[in-house]
Design a protein around this ligand. Structure first.
Ligand code: NAP
Length: 248
């Protein structure tokens, strides 16, 4: 197993891509803190599935866009398991609309959920990781939208591009201490986040994805598990697109 004995925190792990990441890290031997915002039943279901498969997990509620709550999440992880080796910032949301009709609230909630959360969680986790002097892994989930843009997503694309700049800078701050910081940028994956897209739009996307299909959450999770493992020991500040070629 790639992650035997490691302690991981995955934000937004109650559903979708985060759930697949939590399950995959657990299957590779990590103990996983399953963060969620509101959906306690779904988070407990993820914990039950991991436990049933022989793994170890704990659900922790925290709105990671809130600084104090994010600090509470990291404290809860350390109180439960002693330290943190791996942080995956996956929590995210959308409020898609063209710029001219975008409300300030739609801008603010997307930037807070997708980007401020990454600042909050990284800042809270970095100090105990540095103090422990055992290195670590930070993996932030961006999007192909943050690389190539997407109409109706100025807020979302800005937040996801911001994650890339943030991660490259943090990689330079933490590299000398053995903590790598990388980004995974998924393309289209069917989850609650994308379930509202019309069939027509989905068909259109298929036309410009070189691999000709949407991705699966599991395919994103495999990339995250790789970057979290010792096999990625000389990779930092990198953006790994897992997008069927759409962002090329
Ligand atoms: P999803 O199915 O909508 O799940 C979102 C998850 O984030 C849920 O677990 C939700 O918790 C949690 N969450 C939302 N706001 C939160 C907050 N403030 N604090 C803590 N947790 C919060 O989304 P997804 O499609 O799996 O997306 C996961 C990540 O991948 C996001 O960053 C997204 O931008 C990125 N991504 C997705 C796609 C795609 O096609 N799906 C493509 C590129 C990038 P609750 O269950 O408690 O609400």
């Amino acid at each position: 197993m790639l992650l035997e004995g490691k302690i991981a925190v995955v934000t937004g792990a109650s559903r979708g891509i985060g759930r697949a990441i939590a399950a995959t890290l657990a299957a590779e031997g990590a103990t996983v803190v399953v963060n969620y915002q509101a959906n306690a039943a779904a988070a407990e279901e993820v914990v039950s599935a991991i436990t049933a498969a022989g793994g170890r997990a704990l659900a922790v509620a925290a709105d990671v866009s809130d600084t104090a709550a994010a600090e509470g999440l990291i404290k809860a992880a350390i109180d439960a398991f002693g330290h943190i080796d791996i942080v995956v910032n996956n929590a995210g949301t959308t409020r898609d609309t063209l710029l001219l009709s975008m409300k300030e609230e739609q801008w603010d909630v997307v930037l807070a959920t997708n980007l401020k959360s990454v600042f909050n969680v990284c800042k809270a986790a970095a100090r105990p990781m540095l103090r422990r002097k055992q290195g670590g892994r930070i993996i932030n989930i961006s999007s192909v939208s943050g690389i190539v843009g997407q109409p109706g997503q100025t807020n979302y694309a800005a937040s996801k591009a911001g994650i890339i700049g943030f991660s490259k800078s943090l990689a330079k701050e933490l590299g000398s201490r053995g903590i790598t910081v990388n980004v995974v940028a998924p393309g289209f994956v069917l989850t609650d986040l994308t379930a509202g897209l019309s069939d027509e739009l989905v068909q259109q996307t298929l036309g410009y994805i070189p691999l000709g299909r949407w991705g699966q959450a599991q395919e994103i999770a495999h990339a995250v598990a790789f970057l979290a493992s010792d096999r990625a020991s000389y990779i930092t500040g990198e953006v790994l697109r897992v997008d069927g070629g759409i962002g090329t």
